[in-house]
Write a protein that binds this ligand. Structure first.
Ligand code: AHR
Length: 526
């Protein structure tokens, strides 16, 4: 699977493109007068885009869970059983399919038994990864699964391998999902929940190559096999077991874990964070940047295509029939924390640049939906590339939130293969494709096309043809901003939001439209 991004450029830049890490299958042409052209093969759709590709992640980190979700039952902020209503309502508009919790790095130091029972009796702990702050355990298993029920989404729990025991993990799954008479199920009843919950996804550790225990892949693979043995499917709750995969392209980790444990997993994760030209110490500002930094983020975001191709090829070696899913269960942009905030809380603003980056990721996931069966952007509220920012009772949604809202039409739709030809977006002797796009067919026959214009300054004339059909009526929406760093703030919460994409023409069944510079668009074709 994958799309051909055909790049028109001069010969030297053609050579650069071949060598670059741009897409799954880059075709190069030196034709002059290129147009941006997408051809969608309407009759060749085979794969379903898993709704979970559009999933989210909430960690006990900074103000994601506390303040972001949990305000407590006595709060003046409207809430249902302590969970704030405005945030739940906003996320429901995204058709949020799945939520991953409690970490992240936090998962491998979380002891779930401290987070059940009467809240006033729960012990506190130190959140050693994220600022050494006191974790009250007010938000625990019952609260999280209540949140998933309020959101009407699947639960994805990350278990503790780094500092937890096999017994602790087994007990947790039994506590949540066993319908019969057992010590754990009865403890759940004693704590107010008679019926078991549905918990579809369970991760056996998180980043065990780093914050989850600094393990070698050999050691982790052996531990994984042991721990997962006791992650049982109780009472009809068919649990999907997720092994910890690599950080980005650490293919040795991926290969070793698959080689040793592939028969014991339903999915394996990969984490992929991106930034501009910065490094882990100075990642760069989320809001103050020039076009060079814009370009650097676009370039780094496009590495997702090569990463998914690389992971898929390795997975094919150990799992020819495609049984094991690739879960990109942490991804997104990572900038320096906003000035004046606790750096350990990873609070960052979110601009049109983040939105275009998100659109590229999501197009890439669609393009690899034969393997990519889940994605969880980091993180839901107030942390990293957040959907939602809160300030006391105030809440705003970010440009990235709007991308998820625009792309939700792909959830559960049939992926349509396509070929994309586009001009280069060049800067300082480097060139990138100026567009990425993906397409799907919804249950009632509409075709959805999502397309990102990566170029910070130039609009793109875009032509889209349907191979096997003719477009009739087409509607479009677009997200962009007056500047590269346009964002929503508590004073101006709607500065960046989707508007209708005007000027769409249909000629002989082909669609023509101008895509604004630095934009994400969705077209719905009848
Ligand atoms: O999302 C923030 C952190 O990034 C997570 O806790 C960890 O898994 C990753 O390194």
């Amino acid at each position: 699977m994958g799309k051909k991004i055909v790049q028109f450029a001069a010969w030297m830049s053609i050579i650069l493109m071949v060598a670059s890490s741009v897409s799954a299958a880059v075709k190069v042409s030196s034709e002059a007068g290129a147009v941006n052209r997408m051809v969608i093969h309407v009759d060749e759709g085979k794969e379903t885009i898993a709704p979970e590709i559009y999933g989210h992640f909430a960690e006990h980190l900074g103000r994601c869970v506390y303040e972001g979700f949990w305000v407590g039952e006595d709060s003046e902020i409207p809430n249902v059983r302590g969970i704030r209503t405005d945030v739940v309502e906003a996320l429901k508009k995204l058709d949020i399919p799945v939520l991953r919790w409690p970490g992240g790095c936090f998962a491998d130091e979380y002891h779930w038994k401290e987070g059940i029972g009467p809240r006033e009796e729960r012990p506190s702990m130190v959140n050693t990864h994220w600022g050494m702050v006191t974790e009250t355990n007010a938000f625990g298993t019952h609260e999280f699964l209540d949140l998933c029920e309020q959101l009407d989404c699947e639960a994805y729990i990350a278990g503790n391998v780094g500092s937890g025991t096999v017994e602790e993990m087994q007990d947790w799954v039994e506590y949540m999902t066993f319908a019969g008479d057992s010590e754990m199920a009865n403890l759940r009843r004693q704590n107010g929940r008679e019926e078991p919950w549905r918990v579809k996804y369970f991760g056996v550790g998180n980043e065990n190559w780093g914050c989850g225990g600094n393990m070698t892949p050999e050691y982790y693979a052996d531990l994984y096999k042991c721990y997962q043995t006791y992650v049982r499917s109780y009472s009809g709750n068919a649990i999907v077991k997720v092994a910890c995969g690599p950080s980005s392209d650490d293919y040795r980790w991926l290969t070793t874990v698959l080689e040793r444990a592939n028969r014991h997993m339903h999915a394996i994760s990969v984490h992929h964070y991106v930034r501009g030209s910065g490094n882990w110490t100075r990642k760069g500002s989320a809001t103050e940047f020039d076009e060079g930094e814009w370009f650097a983020l676009m370039k780094n975001t496009l590495t997702i295509y090569d990463l998914l191709k690389g992971c898929s090829e390795i997975m094919d070696r150990f799992d020819r029939r495609g049984r094991i899913g690739l879960f990109v269960d942490e991804w997104g942009t990572w900038w320096d924390a906003e000035p004046g905030t606790n750096p350990a809380f990873l609070y960052q603003q979110n601009t049109v640049r983040d939105a275009v980056s998100a659109g590229i990721f999501l197009n890439a996931f669609n393009d690899h939906c034969d393997r990519v069966r889940m994605g969880n952007i980091a993180q839901t509220n107030n942390v990293l590339q957040a959907m939602i920012l809160t300030d006391g009772p105030k809440m705003i949604v970010t440009p990235t939130y709007h991308v998820f809202e625009m792309y939700k039409v792909h959830q559960g739709a049939t992926y349509l293969p396509s070929d994309l030809t586009c001009r280069a977006y060049g800067r300082s002797g480097q060139e990138l494709p100026s567009l990425t796009a993906s397409a799907s067919k919804g249950k009632s026959g509409q075709i959805y096309i999502t397309v990102c214009n990566l170029d910070a300054t130039k609009p793109a004339e875009f032509v889209c043809e349907l191979d096997g059909a003719k477009a009739n009526r087409v509607a479009g929406r677009v997200l962009t901003g007056p500047t590269m760093n346009a964002m929503n703030t508590f004073d101006e919460p709607e500065a960046v939001k989707p508007v209708s994409l005007n000027g769409i023409a249909v000629q002989n069944g082909a669609i023509k439209v101008t895509l604004p510079a630095r934009s994400v668009s969705v077209l719905t074709v009848q």
